[in-house]
Design a protein around this ligand. Structure first.
Ligand code: GAL
Length: 655
């Protein structure tokens, strides 16, 4: 179990370093990430490299038995880079340059940026590839965090090349994007621009491809650095820190290139549901590489400084959230950063060692967490659940289009479906539409608007083989170019769900005013449900109608159907339920598939999650709880009732 954080000794004089390592040992730190933002210190000019300070840092850490996750330092180019090569700077969609003065001011496709970053990494890897302190490599930092979409001329040229590789001929692109509409027909790939600020809606196929391209451009940076590190002879695992369900990066594709998945997580302590979004991000990380533990690479010990109002974490919250990551498959808990900065943009950001020193609540909690992590039992790899939830970047991007029947926030809606499982303590894995689904009994695929022929065949085969698949409104609407298939909607999954979709109708968006229907209630075997956002007008073909709309735009129309297909069942819910509705539907469909909670009778704010042979319980609520432990499990814990105060946690061995 790794424990530590980003360590930026270049911010401090060397006499402070000695105190750092002494206090790191007190806190039980085992791993620190070094060199994330030191490019300007290492290479003050293009022709000069200064490594001696970093040699001394690594030596000091090694002498003190603290391992190093060595960052490549390419996330923030020094001033000379943009002074000499102004073309490295990215541009926004209005053509405004994003200037130096903060960080991440580079266009991922800039040939100069790539060459200079490659030189830096080549020198770094040659020097430290076999350093005994280095146990991991950390490429760049949060790739795409501030500048995920670049519209510069470099991006434009690279986008053209990417499109040419994808479509081979400009005719194929014209066909895929239906450019004949609004007179957009291209004669050559060089005419295609990134979706810069335009008078009205962009072509949705073009925007979708631009998002795919932008994700690939960032991934290319990772691959470039990774290959340089390997070529130098380094054998340590190589990672880059991801950001949960980060909209700009297709992490399914990225994770396949990474040795270890690592994540940065900064939920808002003021959000009462923050622990559920954190659980979702953790389960996503576990899903990206199900056969390996992942690392919580960054979180805050207390407040951040980048929200309009930055609440502290209440006592115990930092530890409870850390243990939650462990319970969901993390083999390491790290923070940004070790010592709070004295100046600069993040001086108000909390750290493991606060500005007020070690005699503080935060440092006491950090030391206690170090002890707790050391005393955990040996944990297996995160286990496979019986339920799965589909999360897919193509859909996130396509649903982000502005010209749809209703504005839908893909991440928000998928998170709410996840919460429905989480609230009921039903373990769920995060998968993509191409994942191996054998072994799952129930799969929920919310907002599966875009579906390729292969994904559709894959999902159908899951149902045919005995699986229970639930989809909601706006499913199987377009192919992977964001175009309708000929002949109507639900063209690839119609047989699986046994329904025909005629039309979509929008309800007044939740939280907004305006004339029209605010919701559409339906009857269902899970009880009455309130539908929001959309209603699909569907007709049962082979499906049984389980429930009908009782109000809204189409009262009496089928709203919830079940279709026996092979040995499984496809459920179509012709709207997007509210939170209570999602909870009821998930419970009911899971029951049909024989899937239940990991533990029954737990309060909603107590989380129960299984990691291989251990079940962790965390009380996220503000009140004390007593957990009744079933007699068979009580043998392991020695008691039948366990008390958990607010933010307290425990685990039990349950093979
Ligand atoms: C992360 C970043 C860190 C630090 C942190 C502050 O996005 O990787 O360098 O800025 O946020 O919350």
């Amino acid at each position: 179990m790794h424990y530590g954080g980003d360590y930026n000794p270049e911010q401090w004089s060397e006499d402070v370093w000695a105190e750092d390592v002494r206090l790191m040992r007190t806190a039980g730190v085992t791993l620190v990430t070094v060199n994330v933002f030191s490019w300007s210190v290492i290479q003050p000019r293009e022709s000069i490299f200064e490594w001696e300070w970093l040699d001394r840092v690594l030596e000091l850490l090694h002498e003190n038995e603290i391992s190093v996750d060595l960052a490549t330092g390419t996330a923030s180019p020094p001033p000379w880079v943009s002074e000499r090569y102004p073309g490295v700077l990215p541009q926004d969609d209005g053509g405004a340059t994003l200037w130096p003065g903060s960080r991440q001011h580079y266009a991922p496709t800039s040939p100069d940026y790539r060459r200079l970053a490659a030189t830096l990494v080549t020198e770094l890897a040659a020097r430290y590839h076999d350093h005994p302190a280095v146990v991991m490599w950390h490429v760049n930092n949060e790739l795409g965090c501030h500048t995920p979409w670049d519209y510069s001329d470099n991006a434009s040229a690279a986008f053209g090349r990417w499109l040419e590789a994808r479509y081979q001929s400009i005719e194929a692109l014209n066909k895929a994007w239906n450019t004949v509409f609004w007179s957009q027909r291209y004669a050559d790939f060089s005419q295609v621009l990134p979706p810069r600020k335009a008078p009205s809606f962009h072509n949705p196929g073009a925007v979708l491809d631009f998002k795919r391209f932008s994700s690939d451009a960032l991934l290319e940076l990772f691959i470039m650095e990774r290959d340089i590190i390997r070529a130098a002879g380094a054998t340590q695992p190589i990672t880059t820190n991801l950001m949960g369900p980060f909209p700009p990066g297709d992490y399914w594709k990225w994770a396949a290139e990474m040795d270890v998945v690592s994540n940065d997580a900064y939920p808002d302590p003021n959000d009462p549901e923050a622990f559920r979004s954190l659980a979702f991000a953790s389960d996503l990380m576990r899903g990206l590489k199900p056969d390996k533990p992942w690392l919580l690479m960054e979180q805050s010990t207390n407040a951040v400084q980048w929200r309009p109002s930055n609440a502290r974490k209440q006592p115990g919250v930092m530890a409870a959230w850390s243990i939650q990551s462990v319970s969901r498959g993390a083999d390491g808990v790290l923070f940004f950063q070790w010592r709070q900065s004295r100046a600069g943009a993040e001086k108000f950001h909390s750290a493991m060692l606060p500005h007020a020193g070690p005699e503080t609540r935060v440092f006491r909690e950090i030391t206690a967490l170090g002890d707790d992590l050391r005393s955990l039992p040996k944990l297996g790899i995160g286990s496979r659940a019986r339920a799965a939830l589909v999360f897919d970047w193509d859909n996130l991007w396509a649903i982000g289009d502005e010209a749809l029947p209703a504005q839908l926030d893909y991440n928000e809606i998928v998170q709410r479906w996840y919460n429905a499982f989480h609230r009921q303590h039903i373990g769920v894995d995060i998968v993509n539409p191409r994942s191996d689904l054998s072994g799952y009994d129930v799969v929920v695929a919310p907002l599966l608007y875009l579906v390729s022929d292969q994904s559709a065949a894959h999902l159908s085969a899951f149902v045919e083989g005995g699986g229970h698949l639930l989809v909601s409104a706006f499913t199987d609407v377009v192919d992977e170019t964001d175009a309708f298939r000929p002949g109507g909607y639900l063209r690839t999954l119609g047989g699986t769900f046994g329904v025909r979709v005629e039309e979509y109708d929008a309800l007044v968006l939740p939280g907004t005013d305006g004339p029209g229907f605010r919701s559409a209630t339906l009857d269902s075997p899970a009880g009455p449900l309130v539908g929001t956002f959309l209603v699909d007008e569907i007709h049962a073909v082979t499906a049984d109608v389980l429930g009908r709309f009782t109000d809204g735009p189409i009262p009496g129309a089928p709203a919830f159907t079940a279709n026996r297909f092979g040995s499984g069942v496809g459920y179509y819910l012709a709207t997007i339920p509210d939170d209570a509705g999602m909870t009821s539907v998930v419970r009911w469909v899971a029951e049909q598939a024989g899937v239940g909670a990991e533990f029954s009778g737990l309060p909603e704010l107590v989380e129960a999650s299984r990691r291989d042979q251990h079940v962790f319980f965390i009380n996220h609520g503000a009140t004390d709880v007593w957990l009744d432990i079933p007699t068979s499990d009580a043998v392991n814990v020695g008691v039948e009732r366990v008390y958990l105060g607010p933010q307290e946690w425990t685990w039990l061995h349950r093979p």
